[in-house]
Write a protein that binds this ligand. Sequence first.
Ligand code: ADP
Length: 686
Amino acid sequence: MDITGKKLIDNLGEYRQYTTAFYENLPLGYQSLDEDGRLLRVNQAWLTMLGYSRDEVIGRWFGNFLTPDSQSLFRGRFPIFKVSKWVKDAQFEMLCRDKTHIVISLSGQIESDNQGDFQCTHCLLHDITKQKEAEIALRQSEEQYRQMFETHTAVQWLVDPQTWQFVDVNQAAAKFYGYTREQMRQMDVAALNIRSPEEIAIMVAQVQSRHQDSFIVTHRLASGEFRQMEVHARPVNINGRPLLYAILHDVTERAQTEEALRKSNRELFFINQSWKALNSSLELDRVLKTVLDEVRFMLGAVACSIWLIDQITGELVCRQVTEPYEDVVRGWRLEPGEGIAGWVAQNGSSLIISDAQTDKRHFSGVDQKTTLQTRALLCVPLQVKQMVIGVIQVMDTIADNFQPPDLTLLESLAAPAAAAIENAQLHERLAEHAAQMEQRVVERTRELVVANEQLKELDRLKTKLIEDISHELRTPVASLILYLDLLERGKPDRHAHYIAVLREKMNQLVQLTEDILNVFRLDLFKGDVVFELLDLNELLIENMVYYRQRAQEANLDLLFEPGVNLPPVRAERKQLQQVMTNLISNAINYTTTGGVQINTGYDAERGQLYLRVKDTGMGIALGETPYIFDRFYRGQRVGQFNIPGSGMGLAVAKDIVALHGGTMDVESKVDKGSVFSVWLPAAENN
Ligand code: ADP
């Protein structure tokens, strides 16, 4: 060995000492193996890490300090190491002295001599047990989360907040939306959403800023079906990438139930309001119209109507209908049992018809009027105390548009509507009755005014009569006094004459007194006369036997021709009969040959009835007719023929007729006969 070589060897020795000291003081484990893999050197950190003493390890095969798996791994890799001359991050599981295991990461290289032959290994060992455990734990937890994501039945997404693209979706999501996971990973949130991009952007921003993390949205499935989804979303950071994680629930049914609940609440509120309105208002048509409008709106129907039974004809009459068919359908009449409405009214049970066009009971008359084709139909009877008073009907031009709950709603309304209609009808009848009563009062007042006038007239006539009577009695009484005086003081041979005159005057007085008494017996001047509706013919017939007897005695014919269909007269029975008797008696009295004809009739134009008494008697001189109705007036010729009478008959008749609002007239020709006519107003038939 030359000096240079020796120096080099010395230097090498120094170097080895230096490196040995370096490795010895390293905080990492250091080991050096010989060609067979036996331990040449280890540092203190190596011994501390595994718990052995130097004596226990030096010269032993490194594989002895490895678990069986790692041992076979080492056996395979060591020759490769020797060839490649370096190793990096080879991981082995080592056995510690206390039987525990640690995982080490080993890196190092081979030291060769100048010829390139193997000298030894220099490797550093790094205890990565903790790191490994953490890795395993992380892998496990990642796996758990992945499992949760993958297998969870709830729909879950990971979305890129920038592009809205699905980064991942779980199996449940793919199944729910009807796509494959691959397809969905190509899609973005907007493809499912029916919301506008602006709205989606707002939602994403709210989730990112954590202002709001739940929303209700509507998503379209691959099938085209729409579902209401409740979204819970949060920002997450996966592998340093900010994403949005969302979990979604299908709340369609819940939303539908909530909507149904809200609808039924609205309906209940409506029914309640309707009850109140119907019960509080007598303005039936207005309330019915409001109710019908509301029903139409709630059931989404085309038209609603209420039909009531006409109590007299039994027909169903349309009382109210929603616009714009009021003018066309209101007042429309259906025969009893006609149409679906008629069927419901007769059977008293509700009907829900899916298509009226295929129902034989359907009456198409109303359709023709409205030019609407009735398809779906609801019809419910209106009942009061078990009695059907009408029906309420809802129609639509789309078949199957009504469901059983709609019928239930309509039925709930039918009860208060029926009660309200009944109330209003009672009220209407009451109002009608009140109006009738008012009318009756007006009429009665008018009659009272007339009666009052009649009474005043009576009073006037009575006063006049008393004046007339006292005047008329004075003449015969004065004659009687005169002749009694003559009888007393006159010559006896004149006595017979005076007595004859006295008798005659006495007879006149008796006749006069009798006539006057007759007048008073007539009740004509009593205040409490009773007027009633009387038939003129009947009054005549009642006394016809008496008249015929009188005519027969006088050898005269008597003919009675009653008019037909006479309206009644408002009259006092005895008084009117007195008028008849006076006229017929006169006709018989003042007729010697021929006969008497009696006629009755009604002159519609004058609104008056007439009684006509015609005779073939002596007639009345033209100059006398103005006076014959005066009290106590007697014609010139009646005195000549010695026909008894007092001149009271016609005057009394005229007074009575005037009292009944009528008139009297006469047409007469001397020796031909006379016609006396009485005109009386026809009474109104109540
Ligand atoms: P009386 O018959 O008692 O005289 P009336 O008042 O009945 O009294 O008649 C008045 C007068 O009218 C009679 O006196 C008579 O001159 C005339 N008169 C009435 N009726 C007839 C008659 N039917 N024919 C002719 N003269 C009549």
